[in-house]
Write a protein that binds this ligand. Structure first.
Ligand code: 3H9
Length: 670
């Protein structure tokens, strides 16, 4: 039989086993092997039932995404699943690990499903801008009903085995360590019974559930094409025969597959995994430093959030503050956050105590002596940081990693204040640090390779997506933010309103525009604190106490519920500035806003790459998607520039007098 699928006979039951690491993706060879395996089982009269299972860490994790967009090879998944569905001998899927996408659909084409308790089943195609295109949208509603099917296909989160059994997706939860034996026994129980085929069931229409689902998830699905296509397919499962539903599913799948959204989302899937790789470091030959205890300096919003990441992953944290009340406040907030998550059912009821039990609050830096990694999250000031690192140099044990959470400052300069710059690295978390997925890992000139590799591996453990950045002002993300903000400010002076600029960004798919972001973060951040020194519109707002949402006034006016409305006072301030600068007001088009606020970000991204401050264009995309909410369906700024067309972006930048990065001009951004 064709590698990587083999068969094993257990008297009258044939077990078909796929062994295709790392995740048993359903590539051409696997499909070929499955086809042959089922033919063997179905053509042999002495075989009465068939079990399908996988070796390795998981049941099939889906179609092989690397095959998408390439010419088809071997038998199609439909062909294989169709033959399984029609088989007149019972076929049992024996599931462990993650039965995802095409893997879940393969299980659905079987006549029965058994799973170990730790298994999960799901159809996450929507996260790749797709839909389960191998019958998933047609079989799921027939098996679990419209409501559960919608959640599975249009949201895409996996369902644990126990819940899968409750909704009818799994027929039996079997022993964690006896999957094959239990599946064979289960299969034998089915011999002689009529073979149940999901394709022969009917799904009852539930228009109310569909509408309620659309309404409840409108925000989450905004801008994405795939969720609605998934919903339409589920509806189709209820109003036409199986074969016609399959045809409809195929058409919708192909439309999505050919579109830019899915291309962007598939790009992100691989970009995220690529980001973990460091070009000049071989993970196989690099020994990681053990990290069992982490020190965090600063118990403010940032320090607290950073600590929670480690505590949640079961890693002990010593947190240091200068004053007892600040320490108590900080740890109090952490506990409250945990308890709120437990109350919402997001974590187990005992998780807050477990996590907080791993925390040691202290007022003394000396207590960090036994930490393997120390992260400072103190005031963003070079002198403060240098002094602190000088102290840490004396306290930390040899081999401890010393990290700064700075969001702009020069990590090499910080490292130079220690006698061990090779142990120093930047770990730039994004606020709220316990929620935001991005971690920029700043590689200093002297950062040791094993330090970098250790921090990247640790990032995965605390469920962050880490991207390596070089030392440059603002690293990748904040450096790209800067030209956007400058242009947005200029556009205000030339005649655009904060509302117009923000709307262009929100319509583009960003969670908020530059001025909404300023109001959320605080207009006073970085302000010189002298109300008589008014040199910019932002200074003027800050001088009047318009510090943003927290003061119910910033670039917008806010009501008690923080709903924004355009501010007549801000319009006056802008008008005042404009007339003082003798600038003429003109109409600004939305396209100009795109060209002057989004294109410069792409340009800056290209410059960062040219300077070698990011490893690859896809890393820049990961930063903006996970750190700043760039719309996933646009694939990140560098991917988006490619879909816009480099020529168009370059022309737009040149029209407005920007100095354009050479690689953008040449179309060689990498
Ligand atoms: C689909 O099924 C369409 C059908 O409905 C319709 C067909 C007609 N293909 O994530 P990891 C690679 S769409 C190819 O680091 P983990 C991955 O790139 C698919 N490659 O491991 C990585 O490679 P490398 C629907 C894949 O343990 C390596 O495997 N299914 C695929 O953290 C290890 O991956 C999904 O969307 C794939 N399908 O997580 C599930 N999957 O080492 C996608 C993984 O070179 N997969 N690779 O960087 C996952 O969610 C996770 O990989 C999984 C394991 C949870 C399974």
């Amino acid at each position: 039989m064709t590698f990587p699928v083999r068969t094993e006979r257990h008297d009258d039951v044939l077990v078909i086993i796929s062994d295709s690491p790392p995740v048993n993706a359903l590539g051409a060879d696997v499909r070929e092997g499955l086809k042959a395996g089922f033919e063997e089982g179905l053509n042999d009269a002495s075989i009465k039932a068939i079990v399908l299972r996988c070796d390795g860490k998981t049941f099939f994790a889906g179609a092989d995404i690397t095959e998408f967009g390439k010419p088809p090879r071997g038998p199609g998944l439909h062909e294989v699943l169709d033959a399984m569905d029609k088989a007149d001998k019972p076929i049992v899927a024996a599931i462990h690990g993650t039965a995802l996408g095409g893997g879940c659909e393969t299980a659905l084409a079987c006549h029965y499903r058994v799973a170990v308790p730790s298994a999960v089943l799901g159809t996450p195609e929507v996260k790749l801008g797709l839909l389960p295109g191998a019958g998933g949208t047609q079989r799921l509603p027939r098996l679990v009903g419209v409501k559960a099917a919608l959640e599975m296909v249009a949201i895409g989160d996996p369902v644990p085995a126990k819940k899968a059994a409750e909704i009818g997706l799994v027929d039996r939860v079997v022993g964690e360590d006896s999957l094959e034996a239990d599946a064979i026994a289960f299969a034998r129980e089915q011999i002689g019974k009529p073979v149940p085929r999901i394709s022969e069931k009917t799904a009852t229409a539930d228009p109310e559930a569909v509408e309620a689902f659309r309404k409840a998830n409108a925000r989450k699905m905004r801008g994405f094409d795939a969720p609605e296509a998934n919903i339409r397919c589920v509806e189709a499962a209820t109003d036409r025969p199986f074969a016609e539903g399959m045809k409809f599913e195929r058409e919708e799948f192909m439309k999505l597959m050919m579109g830019t959204q899915s291309a962007a989302q598939r790009h992100l899937f691989f970009a995220e995994r690529q980001a973990a790789k460091i070009d000049d470091i071989d993970p196989k030959t690099t020994t990681l430093r053990p990290i069992n205890k982490v020190g965090v300096i600063g118990a403010g919003t940032m320090g607290g959030g950073i600590s929670m990441n480690f505590l949640s992953a079961g890693i002990a944290v010593t947190i240091v503050e200068m004053q007892q009340d600040a320490l108590d406040r900080g740890t109090g907030v952490m506990r409250k956050n945990y308890e709120a998550s437990a109350a919402k059912g997001r974590i187990k009821p005992d998780a807050p105590d477990k996590a907080m039990g791993l925390l040691t609050p202290t007022l003394s830096l000396d207590d960090l002596a036994d930490c393997d990694l120390i992260i400072e999250a103190v005031y963003e000031n070079m002198d403060v940081k240098k002094e602190l690192f000088g102290k840490l140099d004396k306290i930390a044990k040899p081999g401890a990693i010393l990290a700064s959470n700075t969001s702009y400052l020069n990590v090499d300069e910080i490292a130079a204040s220690t006698s061990r710059p090779e142990d120093v690295v930047g770990m730039h978390f994004f606020s709220p640090a316990n929620v935001m997925k991005l971690l920029e890992v700043v590689r200093g000139e002297k950062t040791a390779k094993d330090v970098l590799a250790t921090v990247m591996a640790l990032a995965k453990k605390i469920r962050k997506v880490a991207v390596v950045a070089g030392v440059t002002h603002g690293f990748i993300g904040n450096r790209m933010l800067s030209p956007r903000q400058q242009e947005a400010n200029k556009l205000l002076m030339e005649g655009a309103t904060p509302e117009q600029i923000d709307k262009v960004h929100v319509d583009f798919g960003m969670p908020m525009g530059p001025f909404q972001m300023a109001d959320l973060a605080g207009v006073d951040i970085g302000w010189h604190r002298d109300p008589t020194r008014v040199e910019s519109i932002r200074d003027a707002l800050a001088a009047e106490g318009r510090w943003g949402q927290k003061k119910q006034a910033g670039f917008y006016d806010y009501d008690e519920k923080r709903n924004p409305t355009p501010s007549p006072r801000v319009a006056e301030i802008i008008e005042d500035f404009r007339s003082k600068s003798n600038m003429a007001k003109r109409d600004i088009t939305d396209q100009e806003i795109v060209e002057r606020t989004l294109y410069p970000m792409v340009n800056e991204g290209a410059l960062i790459l040219e300077e070698g401050k990011a490893q690859r264009a896809s890393d820049v995309d990961v930063v903006w998607i996970y750190g700043y909410g760039w719309p996933v369906y646009r694939g990140g700024p560098m991917f988006w520039a490619k879909t816009e067309g480099y020529e168009k972006v370059v022309a737009g930048l040149e029209k407005h007098g920007f100095k354009v990065a050479q690689t953008l001009k040449d179309g060689t951004v990498k």
